[in-house]
Design a protein around this ligand. Structure first.
Ligand SMILES: [Zn+2]
Length: 243
């Protein structure tokens, strides 16, 4: 007979904690009933929005409890918390009529130093899950983080653009995006500056188009039109001007 080790006992007896409010829960999900309801409230309307002219699909507004889930996943090193978010991202893509759009799925990479301190790369985890749902190629090495940028949640788009200039370079899989429709995945988008910097690094490899998918977004009101102008397909070619 195998003697139970401490890990087994911990797994059985350790109460789970809601990733939103921290309450003890007794189910297999990551949210209590109240936070689950709150999550449903944060659901954005179906379709793609434009952020600085770039099409972005996001299931959720970046607010509680999504913000708490992202923080919990990162700092408690629990990537599984991202699984329900990955599923919601896939559903948002399908609801926008865009599940057939991507041919390859590419994560926005973390700098390796950041990944080392965190233990996992959230965008890579999300992108790989979504590539699985879509049954298309997952290409984690298209982009390379050339240098780490400090977290800068409270600065504007222009400052972020300056800080992120040259933050990404092409990785060894960059040649594989030529002529293909790319789904670029990150956990959260705020100003869109990260996506613009990532686009800069990919443009010379001539993708057929790029669509962005995130778990949550905080749209600057002036950038996002109230109604989605490009929910239809066929208008997702790369924007011409990339300054
Ligand atoms: Zn809760």
């Amino acid at each position: 007979m195998r003697i139970p080790v401490l890990a087994d006992l911990v797994d059985v007896f350790l109460p789970r904690i809601c990733a939103g409010c921290g309450e003890i829960i007794h189910n297999d999900t990551f949210l209590c009933a109240e936070c689950s309801n709150e999550l449903a409230v944060r659901r954005l309307p179906a379709g793609a929005a434009l952020l600085n002219g770039l099409p972005v699909v996001a299931p959720f507004e970046y607010a509680f409890p999504v913000s708490a889930m992202v923080t919990a996943a990162k700092f408690r090193n629990l990537p599984r918390i991202f699984l329900p978010l990955a599923r919601a991202m896939y559903e948002a893509l399908a609801e926008a009529g865009l599940a057939g759009y991507p041919q390859v799925v590419v994560p926005v990479p973390l700098h390796h130093a950041r990944r080392r301190e965190r233990g996992f790369d959230q965008a890579q985890y999300l992108a790989e899950s979504i590539a699985g749902f879509l049954d298309c190629s997952f290409l984690p090495k298209v982009l390379r983080r050339v240098r780490a940028t400090p977290p800068q949640k409270r600065v504007g788009r222009r400052q972020r653009m300056v800080a992120l200039h040259g933050a990404f370079g092409p990785g060894r899989q960059a040649v594989e995006i030529e002529g293909r429709r790319v789904l670029l995945v990150d956990d959260v988008v705020t100003t869109g500056a990260t996506f613009e910097a990532a686009m800069q690094a990919m443009l010379s490899y001539l993708p057929a188009g790029v669509l962005f998918l995130v778990a949550a977004r905080t749209p600057p009101p002036s950038d996002v039109p109230p109604e989605d102008p490009i929910a239809g397909k066929g208008s997702l070619d790369l924007p011409e001007e990339q300054s």
